[in-house]
Design a protein around this ligand. Structure first.
Ligand SMILES: CCCCCCCCCCCCCCCC(=O)SCCNC(=O)CCNC(=O)[C@H](O)C(C)(C)COP(=O)(O)OP(=O)(O)OC[C@H]1O[C@@H](n2cnc3c(N)ncnc32)[C@H](O)[C@@H]1OP(=O)(O)O
Length: 189
């Protein structure tokens, strides 16, 4: 049975890490080949900034231009791409608190159609943390940050160790990041 994504009563506030970018700063791409944020032809090409939050929680705002090559129904964004966009935004906001983390569970509600040629503004917030678990939520708005809500999301991210990638990623991709074959072998032995 699916585990609830509701914030537990004993979750702690999840503030930005002291070394995380400040409010207003644009986030750098976290990988030159990332489907969500890298400047690659087939990617979502999300641009993201650290945003403010009254309660002091970590928040990210992202912009996504909806392109003709992203259609599902004619003239409308494919729904799975909204889920992918939420995964990127929520993964980015979690990385302001602690990292590395991976998505364990992600739910998307599709509220309104998203026409191609328009702009989505997404907002992701870390609502709280309990141990390795980070509870996050997001909203997607059409045309501007306060435009109509077209989708909402809730997710659970889990903090993992670097071994998660050393054991599971393709060796050639790890080596391209500077990881030695010995480190990869050691993690997998
Ligand atoms: C040198 C290398 C460079 C690397 C550079 C890194 C760069 C970083 C870039 C990030 C970029 C972001 C981009 C977008 C984010 C992705 O795209 S992440 C990719 C998609 N996600 C994945 O591939 C994750 C695949 N799943 C897994 O690996 C494992 O299932 C997980 C998530 C790590 C959990 O496994 P586990 O650590 O063994 O945890 P486990 O003991 O099963 O569960 C711990 C707790 O979490 C709960 N839990 C686990 N799964 C779930 C679930 N699905 N639902 C609800 N609760 C759950 C359990 O019930 C348990 O609860 P408690 O009993 O403690 O109360």
């Amino acid at each position: 049975m699916a585990v609830s994504l509701d914030l537990p009563a004993d979750a702690a506030l999840a503030e930005r890490h002291e070394k995380a970018p400040a409010v207003g700063e644009r986030l750098p791409v976290h990988s030159a080949v990332c489907f969500g944020c890298a400047d690659i032809p087939h990617g979502l090409r999300l641009a993201s900034w650290v945003a403010d939050d009254e309660a002091g929680a970590a928040v990210v705002t992202s912009r996504m231009e909806l392109r003709p090559d992203q259609q599902g129904a004619p003239g409308l964004l494919h729904g799975g791409l909204l889920t992918s966009a939420f995964d990127e935004v929520l993964g980015s906001v979690v990385a302001l608190v602690t990292r590395p983390c991976v998505t364990a569970r992600l739910e998307t509600d599709f509220r309104r159609p998203m026409p191609i040629g328009r702009t989505l503004w997404l907002r992701g917030r870390v609502d709280g943390r309990r141990g390795r678990k980070l509870y996050v939520s997001g909203t997607a708005h059409l045309d501007d940050e306060h435009g109509p809500v077209v989708g909402t999301a809730k997710a659970l991210f889990l903090k993992v160790e670097m071994e998660h990638f050393l054991k599971n990623s393709r060796p050639e991709d790890l080596e391209a990041l500077g990881v030695s074959p010995e480190q990869i072998r050691a993690a997998r032995s």
